[in-house]
Design a binder for this molecule. Structure first.
Ligand code: BG6
Length: 459
């Protein structure tokens, strides 16, 4: 069977500023929470490797964009680093940063590669984090101003903007699960952060729509939740996991309303953040043009086995346990399930529940530890990555044939890049980066993806 995708389908890959550019504080870049925690909490990073050691996009953007062209990409997503552009988050604009981003965007334009530009990928400027980051309502205004600066400075070169990547993560990883700085564990504070991020998103979307003509959206996870069984206790567990980790955010963004069940639970447990009627109006009035969906793995849950909580700290995990389905296919490197069918389920959910909005796969990929073992004749022979992409595209194709408005597919990622906490543990790129020499060499999957782009699909 031939899987053919539309002529103007977006093909490419994604990364983020912090993960690819390199720290380069010499060019007046301000510190962000990653630069700070890299030094102060170095033990929390895999092998102590931090933001200093990235794939060097700041210096090598020309060669990297040439590499994208070599693979026939027609689009590419990265983010602007807030603390590079405005070192303290609110003050003077760093002209070196303006120069860098304009040159980078011009280079992409020249090569016919459409930039998808995201404004915030987990990287709060440290000066603002010291004032509470997104926990502080005033930071919403700082973000709005930052977004406005980006639009003013770069809109002539960018037609697709995104406000946030995975907005749930800064709240959940930074304020509930002790993974990202500031390593707080407090549900109500996490909920406050999430609410303020949603408001910041709304402010940026509205500023953009008032003054500019391109498209603006957001990049989120829509992780499908599957219950262990149809037994009512398992169904309830799935409902709660979905409510906390998916609906809480996605319905605010895509339906303009928080789910009423969420308020009921949060009030019952005294965890409701401050939400004003004006906030709710703003959320209701804000509409995006384009949705990016990151998908790596499904969530499987079951009813709780033990109802005893030893910490006393409220958590969504009070209502469900993760479930390891026997026989499920695993990416053993990352310890997560491979379930390509979910791509279809996500597309159907967008079609049925979220108004069949225009969307694209903004991240999908397979992180592998110890990829060196697959090098033969100087090339990573990553057949597993080809199989992974193929299967996900097949399910996506099926949904598109049934009317899903999916406009593109971006892989995570282009060149193996540094990742939050895991540093270079899991390699995701179409290009391998040698950590010692910095040399970048294409993997077998990169060459295969090029044929897919050129043939608009595969057999
Ligand atoms: C995504 C993030 O969810 O996961 C990326 O948007 C991240 O920024 C990617 O790098 C992979 O994460 P990890 O921890 O497996 O390297």
């Amino acid at each position: 069977m031939k899987y053919t995708f539309p002529k103007d389908f977006f093909w490419g890959a994604a990364t983020s500023a912090t993960q690819s550019e390199g720290r380069e504080l010499n060019d007046q870049k301000g510190e962000n929470i990653w630069d700070y925690s890299s030094v102060k909490y170095n033990h929390r990073f895999y092998e102590g490797v931090t933001t200093e050691h990235t794939s060097n996009f700041y210096k090598e953007y020309k060669q990297d964009i040439q590499r994208m062209e070599n693979l026939s990409f027609n689009s590419f997503r990265t983010s602007i680093s807030w603390s590079r552009l405005i070192p303290d988050g609110v003050g003077e604009i760093n002209q070196e940063a303006v120069k860098f981003y304009r040159q980078m965007l011009q280079e992409m334009k020249q090569k016919g590669i459409q930039p998808f530009i995201n404004l915030y990928h987990f990287d709060m400027p440290m000066a603002l984090q010291e004032q509470g980051g997104f926990e502080n309502r005033e930071v919403i205004e700082a973000y709005r101003r930052y977004a406005e600066c980006c639009f003013e400075l770069f809109d002539d070169l960018v037609a697709c903007w995104f406000t946030f990547n995975e907005p749930m993560i800064p709240a959940e990883a930074g304020y509930l699960h002790d993974r990202h700085y500031p390593y707080v564990v407090d549900f109500k504070r996490a909920a406050t952060v999430l609410h303020h991020i949603i408001l910041a998103h709304c402010e940026a979307v509205n500023v953009y729509k008032k003054n500019y003509k391109g498209k603006i959206g957001i990049i989120m996870d829509i992780i499908p939740v599957y219950p262990r069984s149809q037994n009512p206790a398992d169904l309830k567990a799935a409902e709660m996991a979905d409510l906390f980790y998916t609906r809480s955010l996605n319905e605010a963004i895509l339906k303009g309303k928080y789910p009423s069940e969420l308020r009921n639970v949060l009030e019952r447990y005294n965890q409701m953040p401050e939400v004003t009627p004006e906030d709710l109006d703003l959320i209701e009035q804000t509409k995006i043009d384009l949705l990016g969906v990151n998908y790596y793995r499904p969530r499987r849950v079951k009813a709780k086995e033990y109802l005893v909580d030893v910490t006393g700290i409220f958590s969504p995990e009070w209502f469900f346990d993760d479930y390891v389905m026997p026989g499920r296919r695993m990416n053993t490197s990352r310890g997560i399930e491979i379930y390509p069918e979910a791509m279809y389920d996500i597309a159907k959910k967008i079609q049925n529940d979220y108004g069949n909005i225009d969307w694209f796969v903004s991240e999908n990929g397979i992180g592998i530890q110890g990829e060196e073992a697959f090098i033969k004749e100087g090339m990573v022979q990553d057949e597993y990555r080809i199989a992974f992409v193929k299967e996900h595209l097949q399910w996506l194709h099926k949904a598109m044939e049934e009317g899903s408005n999916c406009l593109g597919y971006h892989m995570w990622t282009f060149v193996d890049c540094w990742s939050w906490i895991n540093a270079y543990k899991n390699r995701y790129g179409f290009y391998r980066m040698d950590l010692k020499t910095g040399e970048k060499t294409v993997k077998k999957s990169g060459l295969w993806f090029k044929t897919v782009i050129e043939n608009k699909g595969f057999d």
